[in-house]
Design a protein around this ligand. Structure first.
Ligand code: ADP
Length: 454
C-alpha cells in the first residue's frame, strides 16, 4: 500500500479521496490554486502545496507542477479524481516515468477509450453492442451525407475527442448536415484541440444507462451494476440513480456479464464506466470513462463498497476485494448534483455561502467541500456538492430525498436545490418514466405548470 497520496483535484472529489485515504491510514497531500487556499480539502489534508494561479491550465492541469509537488512531499501515488487530468494518458505515462503511481488504468487503455472512434471499435471487438454510425471519422460532407442517408435521419454529429456534451449536433434533414459538421468541428477544435468528428444514429427516446466496472489489470474484472443517468440538461447529468427503474434483474445480469467479460479480455485495471443508450430493450455503447464518475456514490450506497478504496488497493497491486458472486445490491440510491447556479436560468452563481445547513439522518449522504463562510471561486465547475439518499426501495429513497431537499439550506448564492424540489414531485419521476430528453422538455414548460414549491 502507498504511504502518501497526492490528490490532483479540488472540490468535493478531492475531499472524497482524502476521506478514503485517511480511513486506510494513508497520508494525504492536497494541491491547490491561489483561489482555493481556503478550500476544505486543503484544510483537512496532512500537507498542502500551492501549485499556481486560479486558471486551471496554470495549476490543476499543470503536469510539471504536480510532479514537483510529489517530489517535494515524497508522495508515492497520485489520485486524479474526475475531470482535469483524470483521463490524460500522457499524464499517466509521465508519472510512471517518475516512479509515481497513477491511481487509474494503464495509459494505453486511457488513450483507446479517450478516442471515441477507437473506443467503439474496441467495444465492438470485445462483443459489446454499439450505436450504429460511421465506422471512422468523417472526411467531408459528401461522405457524411451518404452514410447519413443510408442510416436514416435524424443523425448525431459527435466529436472524436468529445466530453461534457461538447461538439455534438443533431441533424434532422440532409440540408442541415454541412452546417452541423462545421459547428461541431469548430466546437471540438476549441474544446479539445481536435476537430475530428463522426456520425451516429440519433436515438429518439433512449435512457442513459451506464455500468460500473472494476478490474485488477491481470484479467480479473467484475461489474457493480448500473446507474441510470437519463435526467440530463445539455447532455450533462443532473440526477443519477441505481438501480435503473427501467431494468429487470435478468437484463442487469445480462449486460453486466457482457461488460465484465470484455474487461477481463482487455485486462482493465481500476474503476471504469461503460456508458450505453438503452432503447426498446436494447443497449448501445456510446463511450467508456476510464476514471471514477461524479455519480459513483449511488453505486457505493447499493453495494456497500468504497470505490476509492478499491481504486487505491488495485493501483497498489492488490487483487479485487470481491468476486462477482459476492457483489450484492441492496435498496435504491439517488444522487442530485447541487450546482451553484440559478435554478431557472442556470447562470453560475459564485460567491460567499452565508449559511449552510445540510440535511442528515438515516440513509443520507452529502458529499461537498462547501461550508458556511466559504467563498465559491468563479473559475471552476459549478458543482458544489452532491446529495445522495438511500432507501430500501425506490419509493423510500424518493420520500427521503423530498424530506432532505426541504431541510437543505444554502444562503448567499443560488443553487439548483429548488429544481430538485420540483422534480421530486413530478409523477413521471415518481414512476421512473423518463428518458434523456425528459428534463429539457420539462424545463421548457412554463414554470406555473410545475407543481408549486413546498
Ligand atoms: P460526452 O462524452 O460529451 O459526455 P457522450 O457520448 O457520453 O458524450 O454522450 C452524452 C449524452 O449525449 C448521452 O448521455 C446522451 O444523452 C446524448 N447522446 C449521445 N449519443 C447519442 C445518440 N447516438 N443518440 C441520442 N443521444 C445521444
Amino acid at each position: 500500500m502507498f504511504d502518501k497520496v497526492l490528490i490532483a483535484n479540488r472540490g468535493e472529489i478531492a475531499l472524497r479521496v482524502l476521506r478514503a485515504c485517511r480511513e486506510i491510514g494513508i497520508a494525504t497531500v492536497a494541491v491547490h490554486s491561489t483561489a482555493d487556499a481556503d478550500a476544505m480539502h486543503v484544510r483537512l489534508a496532512d500537507e498542502s502545496v500551492c501549485i499556481g494561479p486560479p486558471p486551471a491550465a496554470e495549476s490543476y492541469l499543470n503536469i510539471p507542477r504536480l510532479v514537483a509537488a510529489c517530489e517535494i512531499t515524497g508522495a508515492d501515488a497520485i489520485h486524479p479524481g474526475y475531470g482535469f487530468l483524470a483521463e490524460n494518458a500522457r499524464f499517466a505515462e509521465i508519472l510512471e516515468g517518475h516512479g509515481i503511481t497513477f491511481i487509474g488504468p494503464s495509459p494505453e487503455h486511457i488513450r483507446i477509450m479517450g478516442d471515441k472512434i477507437e473506443a467503439k471499435a474496441t467495444a465492438r471487438r470485445l462483443g459489446i453492442p454499439v450505436v450504429p454510425g460511421s465506422d471512422g471519422p468523417i472526411a467531408n460532407t459528401a461522405q457524411a451525407a451518404s452514410i447519413a442517408s443510408a442510416m436514416g435521419y435524424p443523425v448525431l454529429v459527435k466529436a472524436t475527442a468529445g466530453g461534457g456534451g461538447r461538439g455534438m449536433k443533431v441533424v434532422h434533414a440532409p440540408e442541415d448536415l454541412d452546417a452541423a459538421i462545421k459547428t461541431a468541428r469548430a466546437e471540438a477544435a476549441a474544446a479539445f484541440g481536435n476537430d475530428s468528428v463522426y456520425l451516429e444514429r440519433f436515438l429518439s427516446a433512449p435512457r442513459h444507462i451506464e455500468v460500473q466496472v472494476f478490474g485488477d489489470g491481470r484479467g480479473s474484472a467484475i461489474h457493480l451494476g448500473e446507474r441510470d443517468c437519463s435526467l440530463q440538461r445539455r447532455h450533462q447529468k443532473v440526477w443519477e440513480e441505481a438501480p435503473s427503474p427501467a431494468l429487470n434483474a435478468s437484463e442487469r445480469a445480462g449486460i453486466g456479464a457482457i461488460i465484465a467479460a470484455a474487461m477481463q479480455k482487455l485486462k482493465y485495471r481500476g474503476a471504469g464506466t461503460v456508458e450505453f443508450l438503452y432503447e426498446d430493450g436494447k443497449f448501445f455503447f456510446i463511450e467508456m470513462n476510464t476514471r471514477l464518475q461524479v455519480e459513483h456514490p449511488v453505486t457505493e450506497m447499493i453495494t456497500g463498497l468504497d470505490l476509492v478504496i478499491e481504486q487505491i488497493r488495485v493501483a497498489s497491486g492488490n487483487t479485487l476485494t470481491l468476486k462477482q458472486s459476492e457483489v450484492t445490491f441492496t435498496g435504491h440510491a439517488i444522487e442530485c448534483r447541487i450546482n451553484a447556479e440559478n435554478p431557472e436560468t442556470f447562470m453560475p452563481s459564485p460567491g460567499k455561502i452565508e449559511y449552510w445547513h445540510p440535511p442528515g439522518g438515516l440513509g443520507v449522504r452529502v458529499d461537498s467541500g462547501a461550508y458556511q463562510g466559504y467563498r465559491i471561486p468563479p473559475f471552476y465547475d459549478s458543482l458544489i456538492g452532491k446529495l445522495i439518499v438511500h432507501g430500501k426501495n425506490r419509493n423510500e429513497a424518493l420520500m427521503r430525498l423530498k424530506r432532505c431537499l426541504s431541510e437543505f439550506v444554502i444562503d448567499g448564492i443560488d443553487t439548483t436545490i429548488p429544481l430538485f424540489a420540483r422534480l421530486v414531485k413530478e409523477p413521471d419521476i415518481a414512476n421512473g418514466l423518463y428518458n434523456i430528453h425528459w428534463l429539457e422538455s420539462f424545463l421548457k414548460k412554463p414554470a406555473q405548470s410545475h407543481s408549486s414549491m413546498p
